[in-house]
Ligand binder design. Structure first.
Ligand code: ADP
Ligand code: MG
Length: 729
């Protein structure tokens, strides 16, 4: 009897919503209570320091040591008033989470006592042992130190008793060892390149900012059930489990009433997020049972990404207070939808003009179309790279499965924008005349309707969709660091805009009038980038064939998809925009391959363990019960009748025997494949071996276990079943 499973199910059923204490103030009052934002800077810093800091934040100008000391002292004062005792440099290593090492503010006071200390030096920079984080071989042991350096553009915040200072993590030789350093460089690169292009239209713009609005999908599972599933505990997903008779087919979960226990979790999560300055706005049930989504108002890309990292951690912590575990894995359950993290991305100017949205003037619309078409070109040229940027062992379960995204990157534009671009493409030379000349405007771009695309025009199968005022990169995985996708996208767009500028400038210096030069280049781009445009069903087989014909990257093997980072065009692009060097790209790919291998390796081990120690013993015990019955029937009835009575049981016995022996064989084959792959030294080759030989075996073993689940006595089955994991709450 599997008493554990029944006990946890019973307990989960009895759990009531944990009451959430709602603050008396309004959200706008407690928003950013724990953030050292401009308001607090102004309050705690002398005026010149405040101004220097704001200048550093807005314009990237360096801060001198003296200013840093004053900032540190103001920050410390605020933090101590908030009851804080420790501080940490908070960074994003190349793992699934963030890293922090806490130090207390205390120092000796020289009189036998202690004093709270925090200097500019400690604020600005700290040493850390880089060799303990994934670094792809950049850190040899003799230079094992890296350092974290303050990122003033993301404000410090308080979690519990600790002041968290967002930092980049780099090696002593200057290579990035994290996500934030290249993200900041890519933000800078795309900002500068876009600014240059903006100046064709408006010389008063001084800064262009990339924005990110992420939508985070996740599952909640009762904590007791979770604990009874070693696969969830160790790999973040269920490696086995037969589909529940009911899952998402009634389509009754999406936007459905949110269960009470979940509502309480969400309320607390929102309150805590708001206190941390994260502008959370939207919450709803997702398509799969026990799947939910959370989205904030979009923010500047770097800050939005920090906030996403903070919120994932917050979700884990708060879920536990409500007796849940949050699953951020892309595919925790087979047969129901997985989780993504849509990255809504756009560019905007410091003068408040959105660059991915239709405008009121012909001039503004030419600017809009310029950016739209350049993004299309960038996505077209770097579609393989963009796919690599969202690829991982865990997101692989979504890629190519029948849910967004397909393993091919394409752009959905919608009918209206398609029409606008078609008109532009087919316009004749003489329609391209000055947009300032009202009489001369003949192009459709002069009157793009402001409300571009209504919800019915949305294509859910597209991995990269234009949604009226932004692009929505939907292929990002739910557990990913958004930075990976944003680094690739910002960099590719930056590079593209630089090339656009060169092409237009060349025409202008050849005597072509500005608008005409712009439109001529755009027209070439529209033609060239056509293969990336696809408004049809991205899940269909026909699209796969078509995409192949169009020359889009159709690779589905994750280790091979990673190669896109090292293609000569990618290396050239990343270095041209100053985001990553070839050394960094190579090192980071080593990390990607290694991580891929390790994830599959862990899954294979857990699978082997569960199959041999949890499933097989139960299956054989049940089989022997049946054998017992068959024998007993024989002693009671005459042989002919006995045969008839136990025919079905004999069948089941045979089936169990078949599946158990298959499991034994397949587990052995999986172990052998692993051993062989482990002998490979080269990380890329090893990852390929894991992909080709180990990963498929996990699914093969699963097949037989899932069959057994349907045969073996429900009372004996040791692991909580899908119906329990997905519907009990
Ligand atoms: P949907 O589910 O319809 O895609 P949501 O409301 O769940 O929409 O999420 C949309 C996300 O896009 C939000 O984070 C929102 O702030 C963000 N967003 C809206 N406009 C922009 C923009 N111009 N640039 C970047 N993000 C944006
Ligand atoms: Mg949404």
């Amino acid at each position: 009897m599997s008493s554990l499973r029944f006990r946890v199910v019973e307990e989960a059923f009895k759990k009531k919503a944990v009451p959430v204490e709602r603050p008396a103030e309004r959200p706008s009052d407690y928003f950013a209570k724990y953030v050292f934002n401009r308001e607090k800077m102004q309050h705690y810093l002398p005026r010149e320091t405040y101004e220097a800091l704001v200048d550093a934040i807005d314009n990237g100008n360096p801060l001198n040591r003296e200013i840093a000391d004053t900032v540190a002292s103001g920050m410390k004062q605020w933090a101590i008033e908030m009851g804080v005792t420790h501080y940490t440099h908070w960074f994003h290593p190349l793992t699934d989470g963030t890293a922090e090492k806490h130090d207390a503010f205390v120092e000796h006071d020289g009189k036998g006592g202690l004093v709270e200390e925090f200097s500019g030096k400690l604020l600005i920079q700290q040493e850390g042992d880089a060799s303990s984080f994934p670094n792809g071989g950049i850190r040899n042991t003799f230079e094992a130190r890296g350092y974290s350096a303050w990122d003033p553009s993301s404000p410090a915040f308080i979690v519990g008793d600790t002041l968290c200072i967002p930092t980049v993590f780099i090696s002593y030789t200057g290579e990035s060892l994290d996500y934030k350093a290249p993200l900041l460089k890519s933000i800078d690169a795309v900002g500068k390149a876009a600014l240059d292009v903006c100046h064709y239209f408006d010389p008063n713009v001084t800064k262009v900012i990339p924005y990110l609005g992420w939508e985070q999908e996740y599952f909640l599972v009762d904590e007791g059930l979770y604990a009874a599933r070693p696969d969830l505990l160790l790999t973040g997903r269920t490696l086995m489990g037969h589909e529940s008779s009911k899952n998402q087919q009634l389509e009754d979960h999406y936007f459905g009433a949110i269960p009470m226990r979940v509502t309480a979790f969400m309320q607390e999560l929102e309150i805590e997020s708001l206190k941390l300055g994260i502008p959370v706005k939207t919450r709803h049930n997702e398509v799969a049972p026990n799947q939910f989504e959370l989205a904030p108002i979009y923010e500047e890309c770097n800050l939005a990404n920090d906030h996403n990292q903070v919120i994932m951690e917050l979700m884990r912590r708060i879920a536990r207070r409500h007796g849940f575990r949050v699953l951020l894995h892309e595919k925790p359950f087979k047969g129901v939808n997985g989780s993504g993290k849509h990255n809504n991305w756009s560019l905007g100017t410091n003068t408040g003009v959105p660059l991915m949205a239709p405008a009121k003037t012909p001039q503004g619309n030419l600017q809009f179309v310029t950016f739209l078409v350049n993004v299309m070109m960038a996505v077209y040229k770097y579609n393989g790279l963009l796919k690599a940027s969202i690829s991982s062992a865990t997101n692989a379960h979504r890629l190519g499965a029948n849910e967004a995204p397909p393993a091919i990157i394409s752009i959905f534009l919608g009918s209206q924008m398609t029409q606008v671009l078609d008109d532009l493409e087919n316009s004749s030379e003489d329609t391209i005349i000055s947009l300032n000349d009202k009489m001369g405007v003949k192009l459709n771009i002069s009157q793009i309707p402001e409300l571009l695309i209504d919800n019915t025009d949305r294509n859910r199968t597209s991995p990269f969709a234009f949604t009226g005022n932004r692009f929505e990169f939907r292929a990002v995985g739910s557990s990913a660091n958004c930075a990976s996708a944003m680094i690739a996208l910002n960099s590719a767009v930056a590079y593209q805009l630089k090339q656009f500028k060169q092409a237009v400038d060349a025409k202008i210096s050849g005597g072509t009038e500005k608008e005409k030069a712009i439109v001529t280049v755009l027209r070439e781009y529209i033609k060239e980038s056509k293969p990336i445009r696809f408004d049809g069903n991205g899940y269909s087989e026909a699209w796969k064939e078509e995409a192949q014909k169009r020359g889009l990257d159709c690779e589905t093997s994750i280790p091979l998809i990673f190669d896109a980072y090292l293609h000569p065009e990618s290396v050239k692009m990343f270095s041209a925009v100053g985001v990553m060097s070839d050394v960094e790209l190579e090192a980071r790919n080593e990390v990607k391959w290694e991580t891929y291998t390790k994830k599959i390796q862990i899954e294979a081990r857990v699978m082997g363990d569960l199959a041999l120690n949890h499933i097989l013993p139960v299956a054989t015990r049940y089989q022997s019960m049946l054998l017992d019955t068959v024998c007993k029937v024989q002693t009671v009835f005459d042989p002919e009748e006995a045969d008839r009575i136990s025919a079905k049981d004999r069948d089941i016995i045979r089936h169990i025997a078949y599946h158990t022996s298959e499991i034994q064989e397949k587990v052995q084959a999986m172990v052998d494949a692993r051993k062989q792959a482990n002998r490979i030294e080269n990380e890329r080759e090893k990852a390929i071996a894991y992909h080709n030989t180990v990963a498929p075996k996990i699914d093969e073993v699963r097949y037989h276990i899932d069959k057994l689940e349907l045969m073996v006595d429900n009372q004996m089955w040791p692991l909580p079943k899908y119906r329990e994991l997905l519907f009990v709450r």
